[in-house]
Design a protein around this ligand. Structure first.
Ligand SMILES: Cc1cc2nc3c(=O)[nH]c(=O)nc-3n(C[C@H](O)[C@H](O)[C@H](O)COP(=O)(O)OP(=O)(O)OC[C@H]3O[C@@H](n4cnc5c(N)ncnc54)[C@H](O)[C@@H]3O)c2cc1C
Length: 381
């Protein structure tokens, strides 16, 4: 059965996110981004609205509204401030994977704090200076301490919220080479031996926090292990399947905002005695952008629904993330074009949308990696 109607719960989450995005996120978004100002207060307000654990069970403090509701929220938030939105997305993802793979004690220790705003954010520490796409070759090590705990050594790169998170999920090698020798660990902030690097100076999303993390003989207790020893790579892959939906949805939000800005501008600006909106070349740009964003939205909603039904969705998530993020980049580029020279200066918001959107085809698996995932699943069938 195909039903394009949203449930009452999904509508409620969408409306809550939309209202908050328009009234609270949008007004200061450009300024925060320009100054690189982390949106701590806003994140806490969003936690109060249930937006940090949209797909987290109520018994752990979450909203339990499902995956479709989550991506709808990410679309609304992304349209206003994608720095805040990516931070929200990673926190939701971290809360979800602790719920899925953690023990009752681990869940109780961290998830209520993640979803309530007691922790400003959660962080996901997989990428390293020597490996991003090829995450299974990571070099950080975790060895057993005499007391049964763990000692971690290594460096993580480009970690969203790395300097502000209450808890990090970090991956390290506990066994042989490749994916089968990797384990996942819960690392609370301020663990001795956890060294936070300087903040990256990014092209866009500058109000999000991106740092390197060094583990220098960092000691963790035995119960820091998330899931089973040497089985942690699967946790990362499961998390990324869901994370890709969040990034794809956020990109659609950025694209929607860029398209709306282009429509508004095209109705105002006159050239050759006509509104830009009356030139067919401009109309076609708007039409292509609207069509591509709509197609992206359907792909994201389908993959989100499959996840919600607990059905396989890896290929669909990769297709949705690939298409949505590439479409959103095209939409933002066209929006700058429609604005002419004004699209290139920060008096108008489209230059921010263009910069903010660029990273969406890179993180949570670059476009090339999504194509590898899709092709592998086609060829294995
Ligand atoms: C702002 C920001 C925030 C981030 N946040 C996080 C985070 O919170 N946690 C985290 O763990 N990581 C994070 N990352 C890291 C991000 O996921 C990686 O940058 C990404 O996975 C790409 O890895 P890389 O940069 O090492 O590029 P590389 O892996 O070196 O790839 C370089 C290029 O080559 C392509 N490529 C690589 N292998 C192949 C191949 N086999 N075939 C064809 N093309 C290939 C890639 O697609 C890419 O275009 C973040 C990155 C940024 C920029």
């Amino acid at each position: 059965m195909i039903d394009f109607e949203l449930s009452e719960t999904q509508k409620l989450i969408q409306q809550t996110a939309r209202d908050f995005a328009r009234s609270e996120l949008l007004p200061g978004a450009s300024e925060r981004e320009r100054k690189g100002e982390f949106p701590a207060e806003l994140l806490q307000k969003m936690a109060g609205l249930g937006l940090m654990g949209v797909n987290v069970p109520e018994r752990f403090g979450g909203t339990e509204a499902g995956v479709v509701a989550y991506v709808l929220a990410m679309m609304e938030l992304g349209a206003a401030c994608s720095s805040t939105t990516v931070t929200t997305g990673v926190t939701n993802m971290v809360a979800e994977i602790i719920c899925k793979f953690g023990t009752e004690e681990q869940i109780r220790a961290h998830v209520p704090k993640l979803v309530s705003g007691e922790y400003l954010a959660g962080a996901f520490a997989l990428t390293e200076p020597g490996c991003g796409s090829d995450a299974a070759s990571l070099a950080t090590t975790a060895r057993r301490a005499p007391d049964g705990g763990w000692i971690l050594d290594g460096t993580k790169q480009f970690i969203t919220s790395g300097a502000v998170a209450g808890v990090h999920v970090a991956w390290a090698r506990t066994g042989g080479p490749g994916a089968k020798g990797i384990s996942a660990f819960l690392v609370p902030a301020a663990t001795p031996g956890l060294i936070v690097g300087r903040e990256e100076r990014k092209m866009g999303q500058r109000a999000s926090n991106t740092v390197s993390l060094t583990f220098d003989g960092m000691k963790l207790p035995p119960d820091a292990l998330l899931g089973e020893e040497n089985r942690g790579f699967r946790i990362a892959m499961v998390a990324l399947d869901g994370g890709r939906l969040g990034v794809g949805a956020m990109a659609i939000g950025i694209g929607n905002a860029a398209l709306q800005a282009a429509i508004d501008y095209a109705k105002e600006r006159k050239t050759f005695g006509q509104r830009l909106a009356d030139h067919q070349a401009i109309q076609w740009m708007l039409a292509d952008s609207a069509t591509e964003l709509d197609a992206a939205r359907l792909l994201i909603l389908r993959a989100a629904r499959l996840k919600e039904l607990d059905r396989p969705f890896t290929r669909e998530a990769s297709m949705a993330k690939l298409f949505a993020t590439e479409a959103a980049n095209r939409v933002c580029s066209r929006a700058v074009q429609v604005h002419g020279g004004y699209g290139y200066v920060d008096e108008y918001p489209v230059e921010r949308f263009y910069r903010d959107c660029r990273v969406t085809t890179i993180y949570e698996g670059a476009s090339e990696i999504q194509r590898m995932v899709i092709a592998r699943s086609l060829l294995e069938e």
